[in-house]
Design a protein around this ligand. Structure first.
Ligand code: HEM
Length: 151
């Protein structure tokens, strides 16, 4: 075979079945871990659509079929996350679920470390607020304890 034959992360993850398993476990953890409550809260009641979108995105992102792009065009993930409060706490909760799913399903430590780092960079890129909203509200109250604008 030719010297430039490369194995993609998609293949190492086990192709379609491997990525589906990862996404299924990731959202099951988000659903059941009390520590992931704040990130679960901003997702729809049913996680089925979220799981399908993430599966399609990861398929192309890791070098397999570009299912997401074929269906929805350019991912523009930061823009698509803009309607949701992606706080540092929610980023950490998202990563907690993904790290646990990867730990369970990816045996090679070096490949797993690369995946965790790759997800962490994207998660960081998607953060769009500095604090949890309730925390922000409390601080506003403390900072302007005698002023109110009626909102
Ligand atoms: C940093 C923490 C993150 C939070 C709080 C978050 C939250 C969300 C929420 C609330 C949705 C909408 C759910 C839905 O439409 O069903 C969503 C959609 C999505 N997320 Fe995330 N996400 C995070 C990180 C990531 C990362 C790291 C990736 C990719 C590696 C990702 C990929 C996606 C994709 C592909 C969609 C579907 C977008 C669409 O087609 O509208 N997210 N996310």
């Amino acid at each position: 075979m030719s010297a430039n034959m490369t194995i993609t992360p998609y293949e190492v993850l086990g192709g379609e079945a491997g990525i589906r398993n990862l996404v299924t476990r990731f959202y099951a953890l988000m659903d059941e871990l009390p520590e992931a409550h704040a990130v679960r809260q901003i997702h729809p009641e049913s996680l089925a659509g979220s799981a399908e979108s993430l599966f399609e995105f990861l398929s192309g992102w890791f070098g397999g079929p570009a299912l997401y792009i074929e269906k929805k065009g350019h991912p523009r993930l930061r823009m698509r996350h803009a309607p949701y409060e992606v706080s540092p706490a929610r980023r950490d909760q998202w990563m907690l679920c993904m790290t646990q799913a990867l730990t369970e399903q990816v045996p090679d430590p070096a490949f797993r470390a690369w995946l965790i780092e790759t997800f962490a960079k994207m998660a960081e890129h998607l953060v769009n607020t500095s604090e949890a909203p309730e925390c922000h509200a409390d601080m506003t109250k403390t900072a302007k304890n005698d002023s109110h604008d009626g909102s």
